[in-house]
Design a protein around this ligand. Structure first.
Ligand code: PMP
Length: 456
């Protein structure tokens, strides 16, 4: 029998990939030329190597973007459901951020001093997310790194715990995976100088007994997790699982860091607020300042007091945390404008309605064709997975990823004016997304499925 992948003939996937690659090459001569030129000084022609991960024959170069729409160098317009992989979750260049850029532009961008916006920003963060104390970093990676360092300093414990399949940015200590029940280095790591398996425990998501066993030795400073894993496809928590994680942490004196960099799609206060969690640390980055590089990490009053005590124990010197451009004047102002004017409950109402329409539309496409696929969603973030049932952990999620099938669909969509996240089948809706955008995406996914099924 011919080989099939997630209900689709492998030969059909191969044919679609070849066809869509040819179509992409024919349709994007200017991107191709820019890529060739850029190769003289950027490896593979890109200023960040992730930009080659889109599965295109050469990178797509962008001219501009606005709201939910992006235009490439060849002049094609895309309905953008990738939204910078969350950095532009509230749309490209929202009006209030544009005003900030214009206003702050003439007043200096970075001073390494706090600005007059600081008290208001602190208040806004505390009101919205429920944690009283905050720090600002340049990226979510940094925010996670700093919070984990503090967690070790406060508890005096050496290890962290992550769930298999997690991603929290390029944070060294989180680059572990489970294989046959044992932690290993995440495949592909370059330049690794320390044995990360010594500093991190790793267990499967949705496995509370495994977590409790791993915390029993009381050598774990902090559990870091997203409320739903969103970087290995999407893995939703079983009802009560995250609450169970929180209880297990409390019972063993382990700190809990909830990373809402992606799950902030849930609603204005993230999954944490929506589900009444009370973590010790809370991180959100990417979109939090409307696309201006910025991340925030919050913590409880008890953590703030423990930080002071740890500082006193350690004495003066370099903390190992901070970067020069963090909390700069522009970032702080954009953060304030985003919290006050962009990331509003009304914006979320629209985003969630659009995402609901999108998820329902793709579910319909899957059901009508009897494909063994499904759709998962966390608020404004929805994902179709080419597997029959929602995965419960990282291992199951990895098994439901089919590189060539996903690449073929992504290219098919790109060639028809739709961008979704390159790494898996993730879509985001923003305040500027329209029902027409959503319906076009759904129609294109249906057309891709039909072509794959027909093998034509
Ligand atoms: N946390 C999560 C959950 C993420 O998905 C990411 C990035 N995808 C990060 C942190 C890191 O964000 P950044 O790359 O902006 O540092």
């Amino acid at each position: 029998m011919d080989k099939t992948v997630a209900g689709i003939a492998a030969a059909s996937i191969e044919a679609m990939l070849a066809r869509e690659k040819a179509r992409f090459i024919a349709g994007n001569p200017i991107s191709q030329r820019l890529g060739d030129e850029a190769k003289h000084h950027f490896p593979d022609g890109v200023p960040l190597h992730w930009m080659t991960d889109w599965g295109t024959p050469f990178p797509l170069f962008v001219r501009e973007a606005q709201g939910a729409s992006l235009t490439d160098a060849d002049g094609h317009r895309y309905r953008d459901f990738c939204l910078g992989d969350t950095g532009a979750m509230f749309g490209h260049s929202p009006g209030p951020i544009l005003t900030v850029l214009a206003e702050q532009g003439g007043h200096g961008l970075t001073y390494m001093l706090p600005t007059e916006d600081a008290p208001a920003v602190g208040r806004l963060l505390a009101e919205r997310f429920g944690l009283p104390f905050w720090q600002v970093a340049a990226t979510a990676t940094d925010a996670n790194r700093f919070a984990l360092r503090w967690a070790r300093a406060i508890t005096g414990r050496p290890k962290i715990l992550v769930f298999n399949g997690c991603y929290h940015g390029t944070v060294d200590e989180t680059f572990v995976r489970l294989r046959d029940g044992e932690p290993i280095h995440r495949p592909g790591l370059l330049g690794q100088f320390a044995d990360l398996t010594q500093g991190a425990s790793v267990v499967e998501f949705n496995d509370l007994p495994a977590l409790e066993a791993a915390l029993a030795a009381r050598d774990v400073a902090c559990v870091i997790t997203e409320p739903a894993l969103t970087n290995i496809g999407m893995v939703l928590p079983d009802p009560g699982f995250i609450e169970g994680v929180q209880a297990a942490c409390r019972a063993t004196g382990t700190l809990l860091l909830i990373d809402e960099t992606h799950t902030i799609s849930t609603g204005p206060g993230g999954w944490t607020r929506a589900h009444g969690l009370s973590p010790d640390f809370f991180v959100v980055g990417k979109a939090i300042a409307g696309g201006v590089p910025c991340a925030v990490w919050g913590f409880t009053a008890a953590i703030e007091a423990a930080m002071k005590a740890a500082r006193a124990r350690t004495g003066p010197g370099h903390s190992g945390m901070g970067t020069t451009l963090s909390a700069n004047a522009l970032a702080l102002r954009a953060l304030r404008a985003n919290l006050e004017q962009v990331m509003t409950p009304a914006a979320y109402d629209h985003m969630l309605a659009m995402s609901g329409r999108l998820a329902a539309g793709i579910r319909r496409v899957i059901a009508e064709r009897g494909l063994p696929w499904h759709v998962s969603a966390v608020g404004a973030r929805a994902e179709f997975v080419c597997g029959p049932v929602p995965p419960r952990n990282g291992t199951e999620a990895a098994a439901a990823m089919h590189g060539d099938l996903e690449a073929a669909i992504h290219l098919f969509l790109m060639n028809r004016g739709v961008l979704i996240a390159p790494f898996h089948n993730m879509t985001l809706t923003c305040p500027a997304t329209t029902t027409e955008d959503v319906d076009h995406l759904v129609a294109c996914v249906a057309a891709a499925c039909d072509a794959l099924i027909a093998g034509a």
